[in-house]
Design a protein around this ligand. Structure first.
Ligand code: ATP
Length: 345
């Protein structure tokens, strides 16, 4: 069985009338990168603060590296937790050199060797004497990573570490950071708002909503087989089409669709349809009409009105050009299974 590096059970944290965490439970496996994703205000930072020990939960327990850090009987202060933290603003000491920043949390006679090893790990061997203001954003983030990893924590927490980087740098730095974490075998919880970043960075993804975890799984599972309507909405551009379950599949206004979820014949359901799964083709006999085309560079997203008046989106390569007001046939790849949710209306 996989060794658990961090175990959170039943965490509750309330600020005056706001329930930031509502009985959240989560396991992080040793050596994995767990990407924690959720909308603003869902309690991601609160969870990290409880794991580091700078805040106390109202209820619940936390274990790190097999040691109980928080329980009704016990509270281990942050300095004894072996938890490393990388912040979005890097939080480097501006008056200390790169080497001094990394040496800050290190001890022992071989401190200089440890600093040199960390500099090499993050690819900044020639930068020991530079000051933070002489580094690019991406380089500063790598120093912050080296400083947090130096003391060999049981778990490294990264709170939106790439937010201050522009989109080009962001892709470059996240590749580097993932490779560094992989190489060192670190266990990490990586918080992000961006689904693409979560899918790329995470060995597993945990989707948080309103103070609890809705789904944990590998990226393909969470994206392809969302457990809840919220996860389906949050991961990907999703429309929901009503349908009725028949023996052959779910009958919807765009045809018969197959469900990944267990449903019963006769159930009224909503099928989660992703824009990238929807194809459209001009067809003068169709009652579906292209309303708008949103240009996004490599792709266009078409907003289509179905005969029922509902809307559906279709993501197409930039080479597909269909003018607004064109009647189109709406197609799904045959055999492709989609998430279905019981319609509560
Ligand atoms: P974001 O992605 O925007 O950083 P988040 O998911 O990290 O959000 P948290 O910062 O954990 O969310 O906040 C969760 C909820 O708790 C929010 O409603 C927030 O306003 C509230 N909250 C957080 N810290 C405090 C505090 N110190 N005092 C009062 N309310 C707080």
């Amino acid at each position: 069985m996989s060794e658990i590096a961090v175990r959170c059970e039943g965490l509750v944290k309330t600020f005056s009338d706001t329930g930031a965490l509502n009985g959240l439970s989560l396991d992080v496996v040793k050596g994995e990168i767990l990407a924690l994703i959720g909308p603003s205000g869902c309690g991601k930072t609160t969870l990290l603060r409880l794991i580091t020990g700078v805040a106390k939960p109202d209820a619940g327990s936390i274990e790190v590296g097999g040691r109980v850090m928080v329980s009704p009987e016990r509270f281990v202060p942050p300095e004894f937790r072996r938890v490393g933290m990388v912040f979005q603003n890097y939080a480097l000491f501006p008056h200390l050199s790169v080497a001094a920043n990394i040496a800050y949390g290190l001890h022992g006679a071989d401190k200089d060797d440890q600093v040199a090893a960390m500099l090499q790990l993050v690819g900044l061997s020639g930068y020991a004497d530079r000051m933070p203001n002489e580094l690019s954003g991406g380089e500063q983030q790598r120093v912050a990573l080296a400083r947090a990893m130096g003391p060999r924590p049981d778990v490294l927490l990264l709170d939106e570490p790439f937010s201050n980087l522009d989109s080009g740098q962001r892709v470059h730095v996240r590749n580097e950071v993932r490779a560094i974490l992989r190489m060192s075998g670190a266990t990490a919880i990586f918080v992000t708002h961006h689904q693409e970043e979560a899918l790329f960075m995470g060995d597993r993804i945990a989707v948080q909503h309103q103070g609890s975890i809705q789904q944990v799984g590998n990226p393909g599972d969470v994206f392809g087989n969302p457990a809840t309507r919220f996860v389906a909405t949050f991961m990907g551009e999703t429309d929901f089409l009503p349908g009725e379950v028949t023996a052959e599949g779910v009958q919807t206004e765009i045809g018969l669709l197959q469900s990944t979820h267990p449903v019963n014949v006769g159930d009224q359901v909503e099928v989660a349809v992703r824009a990238d799964d929807v194809r459209i083709a001009p067809d003068p006999t169709s009652g579906a009409i292209v309303l708008t085309r949103e240009y996004r560079g490599m792709v266009n997203v078409y907003r289509v009105r179905l005969p029922s008046g509902r809307f559906i989106h279709s993501l197409q390569r930039h080479t597909v050009r269909i003018a607004p007001a064109t009647p189109v046939r709406v197609l799904m790849d045959p055999g492709h299974e989609l998430a279905c949710f019981i319609n509560s209306n």
